[in-house]
Design a protein around this ligand. Structure first.
Ligand code: 5AD
Ligand code: SF4
Length: 470
């Protein structure tokens, strides 16, 4: 994670005068966007409590690993890192190691047995207690339901300098019980933030230079659930999108991730009608075999996916649609796998993340025999990866010679004058520009493409419009 010590702006920022010792803290993030957002929150919280964040792990008094549990590999990586940090403790007994996030919730006390040097373990639902935990010199385990009724998202918020995009969590947890997934266990049931709070936070973001917001939720289109009413046949999620679409300063709205089950017509219509809602959808399908979908407890069929995709394309012709797929779920036959490949091809997804199935303790599918050999999972993975590359390249090629809108986000690490940004349909574009252009929107002509990147030049003598003035 980039430095947050340069943070410029604060949201309801108050320094706590009771802090005795200021610590240098390094936060390392594993996993998904939720975790990235949680790391931002804990970083703001720690700064508000008088501590200092550092980018340099070697000089930190405390290293906090914000971990992921979705696949075994993610846990192995974080445990390896914690094992490496133990050596520091031998030379500096005051050095602290903290494990927070999903693996903390999932493994709990076991973590202290696996690594005797760990000082604190805090699950995602109790991250708001982190600053207090640092004051405590005993070994601390904070998992389960929080004592304080306080959504972790209600923290003060700080923003980095020169940032024009931000994540905005609108809910926490998940009510689904997909057979393979550990998330409901680590993050609990759905809890929705009040719509007013979300709109207020978006206004704060806009006032501080943020032009693009990405709404986050485990199933973002479930926002409001049955607790908030439908209005004019619109779901609470679409009501929220409409309110955010009207906010001056916010120019782009994205969301991650929706569930196919509730991908309703009002959301498709919103893509057509709301000018700031980006033509880009990440729609996790997991499998193209109806038999495997039923086994996974995913309540939809491949036919339903095709209907959603077709409606979306009719509403927004160039819409980018990406997905998540798991290969090698217990009992997945060659025939099932072929159905997944066929759905990927027919739906014309332009990007996908492919995951090899990994049994997670405590989930329903962990009770099944993990009967697809690792080599077979890898073969299926490679076949799909090849398809994904071809599809990405094909999608990118449709923009060759065309002029696209790009929001300049930052340096591209290809020389000081090369900047990067994204198109509304979520293609990454590299082009010559300067740091002063960050946060501005430019028409860029696309000259060439690879599977992952579009290369372009500023079209004509465009000066770049500051989106605030639009
Ligand atoms: N094994 C492999 N992939 C998984 N995912 C979730 N749980 C597992 C698991 N046990 C994938 C799903 C999900 C993404 C975030 O991670 O595809 O959409
Ligand atoms: Fe996990 Fe399924 Fe919830 Fe997604 S919808 S977080 S895969 S249980």
């Amino acid at each position: 994670m980039a430095s947050l010590s340069l943070a410029l702006f604060t949201y309801r920022f108050k320094k706590d005068p009771s802090v005795k010792k200021s610590l240098k803290i390094f936060v390392k993030t594993y996993g998904c966007q939720m975790n990235e957002r949680d790391s931002e929150m804990i970083s703001s919280q720690l700064q508000c409590a008088g501590h200092e964040l550092t980018d340099n792990e070697k000089i930190a008094d405390v290293v906090i690993l914000n971990t992921c549990s979705v696949r075994e590999q993610a846990e192995i990586k974080a445990l390896g890192k914690a094992g490496y940090l133990v050596r520091r403790k031998r030379t500096n007994p005051n050095f602290k190691i903290g494990i927070v996030g999903c693996m903390a919730e999932n493994l709990g006390e076991k973590l202290f047995k696996l690594n005797g040097a760990i000082d604190f373990v805090i699950g995602p639902k109790r991250l708001h207690e982190l600053a207090d935990v640092l004051e405590d010199h005993r070994r601390s385990l904070y998992i389960g339901d929080p004592k304080k009724q306080h959504l972790p998202n209600d923290f003060d918020r700080k923003l980095e300098k020169n940032k024009c995009t931000a994540f905005l969590s609108i809910m926490h947890g998940c009510n689904m019980r997909c057979s393979y997934c550990v998330v409901p266990r680590t993050r609990g049931n759905e809890q929705y933030r009040p719509m007013e709070d979300i709109v207020e936070e978006a206004k704060f973001l806009a006032a501080n230079g943020i032009r693009e917001i990405t709404l986050l939720g485990q199933i973002v289109n479930n926002y409001g659930g049955r607790l908030m009413p439908m209005l004019d046949d619109k779901t609470p999620f679409v009501q929220l999108l409409e309110r955010l679409d009207r906010l001056p300063g916010i120019e782009r709205i994205r969301y991650m991730s929706p569930h196919p089950q509730n991908f309703s017509d009002d959301l498709i219509l919103a893509h057509k009608n709301l000018s700031k809602l980006c033509p880009s959808v990440h729609l996790p399908i997991q499998s193209g075999s109806n038999r495997i979908l039923a086994a996974m407890k995913r309540p939809y069929t491949s036919e339903k996916i095709l209907t959603i995709v077709e409606k979306l394309r009719r509403a927004v012709p160039n819409v980018g649609i990406s997905t998540d797929i798991i290969v090698g779920y217990p009992g997945e036959t060659e025939e099932d796998f072929k159905e997944t490949v066929s759905l990927f091809d027919t739906a014309k997804f332009n990007m996908a993340f492919i995951f090899k199935y990994s049994p997670r303790e405590g989930t329903k599918s962990a009770e099944l025999i993990d009967d697809v050999e690792e080599s077979e999972k890898e073969r299926r993975n490679q076949i799909l990866l090849q398809r994904v590359q071809e599809a990405s390249l094909r999608y990118h090629q449709r923009f060759l010679g065309k002029t696209v809108e790009v929001l300049v986000e930052g340096h591209a690490r290809r020389g000081a004058d090369t900047m990067f940004g994204w198109t509304p349909n979520h293609c990454k574009v590299l082009f010559k520009a300067s740091e002063n252009d960050i946060g501005k929107n430019f028409p860029i002509q696309i000259d060439s493409s690879t599977t992952t990147i579009l290369w372009g030049t500023m079209a004509g003598n465009a000066q770049g419009r500051d989106l605030l003035q639009r």
